[in-house]
Ligand binder design. Sequence first.
Ligand code: SF4
Ligand code: SF4
Length: 253
Amino acid sequence: MDSLETELERARTLDESELADAIETIGFECTRCGACCKAESACGEGGESDNEVGGAAGGDSGTHGSGENAASAENDAEPHTATVFPDEIRRLQAAGEYDFRDVARPMPYGLADGPDGPEGETFEWALQTDDCGDCTFYAEDDDGMGACTVHDDRPLICQTYPFSVALGGTSQPMGEAVDEEGMVRAHECEGLGRDISRAEAEELAAALKERAVRELEEAIGVRDNYQPVDPSAGQVVVHDSEGAKRPDGSPYE
Ligand code: SF4
Ligand code: SF4
């Protein structure tokens, strides 16, 4: 892979019109199925799941992140994981007067299973999940249609799901791509292949470019600010672009 700086330069010069062309070719309309906002198994079903959203979510919902075992889930399903940047956490907090932990949790990848729960160092925040492993902001109406309760403030990963840009150093939500056109990759989603208006494709393209730039800026910030720490047993430290933090978002000192 080229350096993160090289990939960031490529991201900054992405042609939004070409991205929109690719999105139109692939096609997309969100059906509000909620798959990208939920743990893979319905609450109480149990069973294996590898639901993983690596990066961004989009449409009217989003799955993003990566899965792991942070589970407070009542079943064995992997909780939903969607990457959220520090500034996005603050925006979500402000939107609902939420505490930090109401919004985000340490991305479980890389953490060890300690006697009292996860411990160690990780390099991302994930959207908080509920007892079922679903995104804490996900809701369903009486007809089972999914909705995002923070729609206007949802992270870029959610705004752009099910798409990602084929650049090194950026995330692939929900695992490997299922379709690809030019620089645009499409990930698992039942809304793919549906007609999309030019205006919506352009809106998605702009968000997709912004996300690629922000992901690479964040990755460079994490790399440059990383100071190894040696958390004691039972502690979790999150290294983001602003430094080392505790799970409640306060500085780790
Ligand atoms: S998986 Fe696709 S169709 Fe389903 S809620 Fe997410 S973006 Fe919409
Ligand atoms: S913030 Fe909204 S769009 Fe994103 S995963 Fe949660 S419910 Fe879905």
